[in-house]
Design a protein around this ligand. Structure first.
Ligand code: GAP
Length: 510
């Protein structure tokens, strides 16, 4: 499995998307840099995430917070005591590995969340040895995953940690924002930022990193309203793809209307409404095939220590041998705010119309890098076109790193000037476009296909006479003729997924 993700990393590196950090000095495992195209892709995904999830309610806002926070924050959140991974050490060479990972590698079965005793027992029973030297392994223990940090010097020194999730930034600021935002619930605070975890075995490129980006939305609400959502009626018949914990043996993914998830699976409406919105983000906004998507319910042993309800959002990725978590929907109750109140002595209660309580939190938590990795893998296509082989990155158009390449058919007779005019027009409308005049038009199409540019816009002699251009779809290679004056509107509709044929006069394609 490892070689498939390495093969993807190799392509990502060659095409300018991402690679390991500090390569010239000997890279550390679990750290990656985004190159120019990867950065555009990541930014597009983040912008879409912001627009979509902050758009769910008028009382949802974004914050930017510090990444280093004092020790007390993580005492309050429970991370100091409970943010641990199961580890085993080799008795012979001292190599330390994540216990569930080496069991999974040996038995091809997921053991995340199993007890330490269980893992020790499985290792013994199957005689699993150190992957480095084949030596015997010690009993399974635990290791805290946070990066400690000393802040200040001498007498002034204070212990802090690099934050292992963006979420705590929203909790420690809850009361201040609640006061500024006129004391209304539900209130949403979103943070797109870095998280740091000293993973014992970082692996699979952007899937398990030590420094990564999360996009998280914390929704603070009155726990008495969890069985309702004012807009539930909009999604009640929307069919969710769910993999309940009771189906683990059979492996059956079910298609269940939202209202049945409430009735049959016992999830509250407030929770299920957000399940529907998350699935719509992947299937309607990003237009991923629905069979690649599922919600996986975690068992009590697997749930994060702060969660009462916990379903992960998973995408089926070939390089990882099946469904892999890219996000989670967490009902964290008042775990965090009550913890901050207890440790700081500062009340986190609100008073709404005389009712005093600590709000509960529903958390929508997305790993940005995992989503970028998934989009990259799903986009990679090799196909035959006539006698030729075509390499193309078929990203969802709405998050393609670049929207269009502007290509003059020839490098003379006023065509470059016309193409530059169109480039300026589209830039003015906020599109990410570039100009390319070198090589034959066929070669230029292949080049833009390889880096996943959504459209090719070709300027030819007719463009000078009729003020129109050819718009070519990267995925189907179909082409239509479009008036230059209409191009910004047409390109927007094209990126939002409208059929090419409805956008202009069809032409014979390459
Ligand atoms: N605030 C809740 C939280 O952090 P999590 O399940 O630990 O929950 C949320 O992480 C998401 O962050 C995951 O669904 C995953 O997409 C991403 N993530 C977690 N650990 C990661 C790692 N080591 N490398 C890359 N992404 C990671």
């Amino acid at each position: 499995m490892e070689d498939k993700t390495d093969a993807i990393l190799d392509i990502a590196k060659r095409r300018g998307f991402f690679w390991q950090n500090s390569l010239i000095h000997g890279a550390m495992a679990g750290f990656y840099d985004y190159a120019h195209l990867g950065t555009l892709l990541k930014n597009k995904w983040q912008d879409l995430w912001r627009e979509y999830f902050l758009g769910l309610d008028d009382n949802f806002y974004e914050m930017s917070v510090c990444h280093i926070m004092p020790e007390h924050v993580f005492k309050a959140s429970g991370h100091l005591a409970s943010f641990v991974d199961p580890v085993v050490r080799c008795k012979k060479c001292g190599n330390t590995e994540r216990a569930d990972h080496i069991i999974e590698d040996a038995l091809k079965e997921n053991f995340e969340g199993a007890s330490l005793e269980k893992m020790t027992e499985i290792i013994k029973e199957h005689n699993i040895r150190c992957p480095k030297c084949k030596g015997p392994l010690e009993e399974t223990g635990i290791l805290n995953m946070m990066f400690p940090i000393n802040v200040g010097t001498g007498e002034e020194v204070r212990k802090g940690y690099l934050s292992p999730e963006t979420a705590q930034g929203a909790y420690i600021n809850f009361k201040l924002e609640f006061e500024c935002l006129r004391r209304k619930l539900p209130m949403g605070l979103a943070i797109v930022g870095k998280a740091y975890r000293n993973e014992i075995s970082p692996r699979n490129v952007l899937i398990r990193m030590r420094e990564f980006t999360q996009a998280e939305l914390q929704i603070f609400f009155d726990p008495d309203t969890i069985t309702e959502h004012p807009k539930f009626y909009e999604v009640e018949n929307y069919v969710l793809r769910v993999f309940p914990a009771v189906n683990r043996e059979s492996g059956k993914i079910e298609e269940v209307p939202a209202k049945e998830v409430v009735k049959r699976l016992g999830m509250p409406k407030f929770y299920v409404y957000h399940m529907a919105k998350i699935q719509q983000f992947y299937i309607e906004k990003l237009r991923l095939p629905r069979e690649l998507f599922r919600f996986r319910q975690l068992t009590d042993e697997e749930k994060a220590f702060y969660n009462k309800y916990h379903w992960d959002i998973e995408l089926n990725l070939e390089s990882l041998g099946g469904f892999k978590e890219v996000a989670g929907l967490h009902y964290r109750t008042d775990h965090d705010l009550a913890g901050h109140q207890a440790v700081s002595g500062e009340s986190q209660e609100v008073n709404i119309d005389g009712k005093k309580f600590i709000p509960h939190v529903l958390e929508l938590s997305f790993g940005v890098d995992r989503n970028v990795y998934a989009l990259f893998e799903l986009a990679l296509v090799e196909e035959k076109v006539g006698e030729e082989q075509r390499s193309v990155l078929k990203f969802p158009k709405i998050v393609s790193p670049q929207d269009a390449g502007i290509l003059p058919l020839v490098n003379k007779d006023g065509l470059p000037e016309k193409a530059r005019e169109i480039q300026a027009l589209l830039k003015e409308h906020g599109f990410v476009v570039f100009y390319d005049q070198s090589g034959s038009i066929g070669r230029r199409y292949r080049r833009i296909d390889e880096i996943g540019v959504a459209a090719g816009i070709t300027v030819d002699y007719d463009s000078l006479q009729h003020n129109d251009v050819t718009l070519r779809d990267r995925d189907s290679m179909k082409q239509v003729r479009v008036k230059i004056s209409e191009l910004p509107g047409v390109l927007k509709r094209f990126l939002n997924g409208e059929e090419l044929e409805s956008l202009g006069k069809p032409l014979k394609h390459d």
